[in-house]
Design a protein around this ligand. Structure first.
Ligand code: CO
Ligand code: CO
Length: 320
């Protein structure tokens, strides 16, 4: 998601543009019929892991995620790549193959793309999807009493930065690659099946940033239980070592004033709340009366889900 320069667009009004620059959602939505809308998004970034195939797969899963975060179904994509002229051709082929295989897994067709030369590699997708606009997930649908669930663990950033600093154990890298490569498709299916209204995906602005955006837009507060947060087992070790990406400190500076910690958290644990995620899970608000069936159905679909807290009256995020 891009922070928009709103003023440029504020004066324009398009009745079929259901989600655009003036709402902080994950993707743009354009209505084409009462029960059908196009969802559109793009994302690309520099390598997060050493292996080019996995990098391509993660970048693709991450690009597709913003469609899933709206409760949509992606169907068509374009590659966007910036590649150094001296990059061996088999490496760039592996990046694109990783993206292609992940996209195929999602049932999405890559119909073209564009590549330019650049010093540092960048790769991602432009993605189109469909959603029923009457049933889409937005950030403003959370209501006090809803349970908050997360569909992937947290703390990917602290592990991938440890990898960049050559301090990460190979098994920890393998674990985080597996999570980042995972599609949010089943989580989106669950959201649609249970007719959920509020959701987003957790990416660079961390659980606190994306959570606050959802809480603020909904006019509610969130209460999260630290002990219920699905932190990767290895993350405590890396948090102690302080291998956080630069974005973590920025996130804390930016969002920290709206976060209350009543848990007396040590500094490394607190920083994990602000850890930027690449290709993180969905954060969904589930009405309390649906939560048991939701958790049951998630386990049938083998979609991991963690219940991490609830929506409350008020403002900001409270971590207890
Ligand atoms: Co995005
Ligand atoms: Co997003």
């Amino acid at each position: 998601m891009l922070r928009p320069i709103k003023d440029v667009y504020a004066s324009q009004h398009f009745p079929d543009l259901l989600v655009g620059m003036d709402t902080p959602d994950d993707a743009a939505v354009w209505r084409i019929a009462e029960d059908r809308a196009i969802v559109m998004t793009t994302d690309f970034f520099t390598p997060v892991v050493d292996d080019p195939y996995h990098y391509g797969a993660i970048a693709a899963a991450n690009s597709l995620s913003d469609i899933y975060a709206m409760g949509g179904r992606p169907f068509l994509a374009l590659n966007i790549a910036a590649l150094p002229p001296d990059l061996p051709v088999d490496i760039s082929a592996e990046i694109v193959r990783g993206g292609a295989e992940k996209t195929r897994e999602a049932g999405v067709v890559i119909a073209g793309g564009h590549t330019i030369q650049d010093k540092e590699p960048k790769y991602g997708l432009v993605v189109l999807g469909f959603v029923d606009p009457r049933k889409m997930l937005t950030k403003d649908g959370a209501r006090p009493g809803d349970r908050l669930v997360l569909t992937k663990p947290l703390s990917f950033g602290v592990v991938t930065t440890a990898l960049k600093q050559q301090k990460a154990a190979p098994e920890d890298v393998a674990e985080v690659i597996e999570w980042m490569s995972r599609l949010n498709s089943k989580a989106a299916d669950l959201a649609v099946e249970f007719e959920l209204r509020a959701g987003t995906d957790i990416t660079g602005y961390s659980l606190m940033g994306h959570g606050l955006e959802m809480a603020n837009t909904s006019g509610t507060g969130f209460r999260l239980e630290f002990d219920r947060l699905p932190l990767l087992e290895s993350s405590k070790h890396y948090a102690e070592m302080g291998t956080f990406p630069g974005g973590a400190a920025n996130n804390r500076m930016y969002y920290g004033k709206s976060v209350t910690l009543s848990a007396g958290l040590a500094e490394p644990s607190e920083m994990l709340l602000y850890d930027p995620q690449t290709s993180g899970g969905l954060l969904l608000a589930v009405p309390a009366e649906k939560i048991n069936d939701f958790m049951q159905r998630a386990s049938e679909l083998e979609q991991p889900v963690w219940e991490i807290g609830e929506v409350i009256e008020g403002r900001g995020i409270e971590v207890v």
